[in-house]
Design a protein around this ligand. Sequence first.
Ligand code: HJL
Ligand code: ZN
Length: 169
Amino acid sequence: TSNNHLAYMQLALAQAKQSPPKDSNFRVGAVLVDAESNTILTTGYTLELPGNTHAEQVCLIKYAKAHDVPEERVSEVLPTNTVIYTTIEPCAKRLSGKLPCVERILRTRKVDGEGGIRKVYVGMKEPEKFIKEGELKSGRMKLEDAGIECVAVPGLESEIMDVATTGHQ
Ligand SMILES: Nc1nc(=O)c(N)c(NC[C@H](O)[C@H](O)[C@H](O)COP(=O)(O)O)[nH]1
Ligand SMILES: [Zn+2]
């Protein structure tokens, strides 16, 4: 139901508020959810873990760690109907050159095409500040092409933006 989505997005926003301000990224929060049982698997916020980490990346690292696999093998342990809520859409490219979250989400799918993250619930699109719209659009297309639906959860955009850009000049 839509108010369930809003509740998870509000939780993601609460995570984003814990992120240390930095002028070269956005403060984002994310919540990894098992949609089958409607239970929270992990939460994450930008820079929560060392290595200039993104919120979505933190969720996956934590879940993988809890199941004794490295993040790149999280597909082996994720529940089959996993979804992620993120205050800003998964990044398609990162100025740091690190692996974008779109790629991290794509590789949660098992080799046989089963499981992994099936839907991405987004609080708002990434503002065109670090990355051009063309790149952002190609990221969205990659997810759609892989059958991963991006669903907007409206209502928190202005608060998400305020939190995301705290610390920017
Ligand atoms: N969805 C999302 N989650 C995050 O946790 C985060 N920080 C961003 N931010 C996107 C922005 O485009 C990148 O932060 C810049 O491109 C700089 O790249 P780095 O973060 O330094 O790798 N986006
Ligand atoms: Zn990212």
